[in-house]
Design a protein around this ligand. Structure first.
Ligand SMILES: Nc1ncnc2c1ncn2[C@@H]1O[C@H](COP(=O)(O)OP(=O)(O)OP(=O)(O)O)[C@@H](O)[C@H]1O
Ligand SMILES: [Mg+2]
Length: 229
């Protein structure tokens, strides 16, 4: 079966800089759950931004559901189906209230305002944060913002989740909710995290990004990772 997401020879540099990604090949199957390790500055966020079309690679190809992502239409289709959690939740929340932020995606997908509101409340409830629905996002704590940002993507029923450091700032209860949710979901998952226990629990496959290249990480080798990786 064709993979859900495929990267072929992806190369990327920021203007005037050395290449951050050097010919990355990667596949994510439908429902597959993969973890991404790498030191600070290894290029994990950059790789996610390239996948989501926020940065344009200088070489290589991205295929989504078997089709090359070339134009705006392909990118819109990908973004409707792939939920991306930014490393910084402030990049994801921009409405006057959390409820409006979470309802924004479902509204864009064509739900009526009432349906979108119900969907948003149900999603916030799933994360045990319905009580925060009417709060302005800027007034939320760091962990609450993170979960709120996660709610904005879950509300769109994505078939894949790309999560950039989702556990940052989460307390034990919030982390447990997130773990259960990621273990239970049928959506494919690609998650970057420095939190080894978390990645072990929610993924079945691992990759290491180092020196601009992506390496398979057999499960047994993960224990041997340096602490900062
Ligand atoms: N907008 C930018 N302009 C120039 N260089 C950048 C930009 N964003 C990131 N970089 C550089 O690209 C490299 C990869 O950064 P990136 O944020 O992708 O790393 P990361 O693996 O996500 O790190 P972390 O674990 O700290 O989140 C770093 O050397 C970083 O300094
Ligand atoms: Mg990062």
């Amino acid at each position: 079966m064709r993979p859900l997401l495929e990267l072929k020879g992806i190369t990327f540099s920021y203007p005037g800089g050395e290449p951050v990604l050097k010919g990355i090949d990667f596949q994510l199957d439908f429902g597959e759950k993969a973890g991404l390790w790498g030191c600070n500055g290894a290029g994990k966020t950059t790789l996610f931004h390239v996948i989501m079309g926020l940065e344009r690679p200088s070489a290589g190809e991205i295929l989504f559901e078997g089709r090359p992502v070339t134009g705006r239409k392909d990118l819109t289709a990908l973004r409707r189906k792939v939920g991306f959690l930014f490393q910084d939740a402030d990049d994801q929340l921009f409405c006057p209230t959390l409820l409006e932020d979470v309802a924004f995606g479902p509204l864009n997908l064509g739900l009526s305002p009432d349906e979108a509101r119900s969907k948003a409340i149900a999603t916030l409830d799933l994360l045990d944060m319905a009580n925060l629905a009417d709060r302005p996002p800027y007034s939320l704590s760091g962990g609450q913002k993170k979960l709120g940002a996660l709610a904005t993507i879950l509300a769109m029923d994505p078939i894949a989740l790309i999560l950039d450091e989702p556990t940052g700032g989460l307390d034990e209860d919030a982390r447990a909710i997130l773990e259960q949710l990621l273990i239970a979901t049928d959506a494919a998952l690609l998650v970057a995290s420095h939190d080894k226990d978390f990645i072990e629990k929610v993924t079945s496959k691992g990759y290491l990004l180092s020196g601009g290249r992506l390496f398979n990480l057999p499960r047994d080798d993960r224990q041997a990772l340096p602490k900062e990786a």
